[in-house]
Design a binder for this molecule. Structure first.
Ligand code: 13P
Ligand code: SF4
Length: 352
């Protein structure tokens, strides 16, 4: 996506000029791009020198996505990209659990997460000890964890899923008793979708929530439907069941973009973090965003300045280190996901 050939302020501005979300932090003038370009070029030069690759989640700030990213996407795509890269160093511009996923599949590579606050309300909502306790309470259940979990939690679970494959993977798991964790809304959505698909599965779920997606309501959708009757409502499965039931499309962030790319509609309400709205504005300038979005403070705690300093000389807290026993067990959980997800033609992973 980027190269060590220096870019100009005009080139960066061309990619960022249509971005209008998230207040003044996410709006770009040619002057502002001129101020960003020296940092962008320093990072891209250092990346080549250090044999590093930069993976960026779509929720990160637009100047990172369009300035220094080698790979951009959702957690599923980025975990695949992390597996494929030949670079010695992976800089994961996202949150800690995503960096951990990259380290689980790449034990010999240096994985660095430059975020100042690399948390996630979902990943931080459950511990490995709680999973062990739940396994004792529900011994005949298959434990399915969302990728938004720590390596220690993955190590205690049987199969991992991401928002892009949760319905498809759970459908393919032969067990009829599923314990899903940690997201309660995704758990409810999974239960509803399983009923819609007429799957005979008893699905239980934990009580975690994402503070960003928790904000969205059915009332917000109804208001937009009245004001913009042609607008399509696109939501993430971390939203509550009422939001999901009233959406035109539900999917992981990459699937949301794909839907918007393919549909003829011109207006969209996007019920997910503002980074995705920024991608829509930059990459599909003929499509219009209606309503507002919410920022994830953890994803937005990544900055160009910190990426540069992490690449130059990483702090111990920015290095991902995982106990080998935990890593091997967490790898088993991730490999089970890849096996189920890539088992053949997938049924549509959407609720339309
Ligand atoms: P995606 O895998 O859909 O990108 O979601 C990650 C995430 O953290 C959503 O809040
Ligand atoms: Fe975690 Fe929510 Fe931020 Fe995604 S948007 S990283 S689930 S806090």
């Amino acid at each position: 996506m980027t190269s060590a050939v220096p870019i100009t302020a005009e080139e960066l501005y061309h990619k960022l000029k249509n971005v209008r979300v998230g207040g003044s932090v996410c709006q770009y003038s040619l002057k502002k791009c001129g101020e960003l370009v020296p940092l962008v070029n320093a990072i891209n030069a250092l990346k080549t020198e250090k044999d590093a690759v930069i993976l960026v989640h779509s929720y990160a700030s637009p100047e990172i996505i369009y300035g220094v990213a080698d790979f951009v996407g959702d957690s599923y795509k980025l975990s695949r990209d992390a597996m494929m890269t030949k670079a010695k160093v992976i800089v994961f511009v996202a949150v800690r659990f995503m960096g951990e996923t990259a380290k689980i599949v790449n034990p010999d590579k240096e994985v660095l997460v430059p975020a100042r606050d690399p948390g996630c309300t979902l990943a931080d909502s459950i511990t490995a000890a709680q999973v062990r306790q739940l396994r004792q309470e529900f011994p005949d259940y298959t434990f399915v964890c969302y990728v938004n979990t720590t390596a220690e939690v993955k190590a205690e679970c049987d199969v991992c899923v991401t928002s892009a494959n949760v319905y498809q993977v759970v459908e393919r798991i032969p067990s009829d008793k599923i314990y899903f964790l940690p997201d309660k809304y995704m758990g409810m959505n999974l239960k509803n979708e399983a009923a819609r698909r007429k799957l005979k599965k008893d699905i239980r779920y934990f009580s975690g929530v994402c503070y960003v997606h928790e904000e969205y309501t059915r009332e917000q959708i109804m208001k937009i439907r009245t004001e913009y009757p042609g607008a399509k409502i696109v939501s993430h499965p971390e939203c509550n069941a009422e939001v999901v039931a009233n959406s035109d499309f539900v999917g992981g962030t990459e699937q949301m973009l794909d839907y918007m790319r393919k549909t003829k509609a011109k207006q969209f309400l996007m019920l997910t973090e503002c980074g995705l709205s920024a991608r829509l504005q930059s990459e599909f300038p003929d499509k219009e965003l209606v309503g507002s979005c919410t920022l994830c403070k953890y994803m937005k705690s990544n900055t160009l300045e910190d990426i540069l300093s992490t690449l130059k000389s990483p702090k111990p807290s920015e290095r991902i280190v995982i106990d080998e026993n935990v890593r091997v067990r967490a790898l088993g959980c991730l490999e089970a996901m890849f096996r189920y997800a890539e088992q053949g033609p997938a049924r549509k992973v959407v609720c339309e």
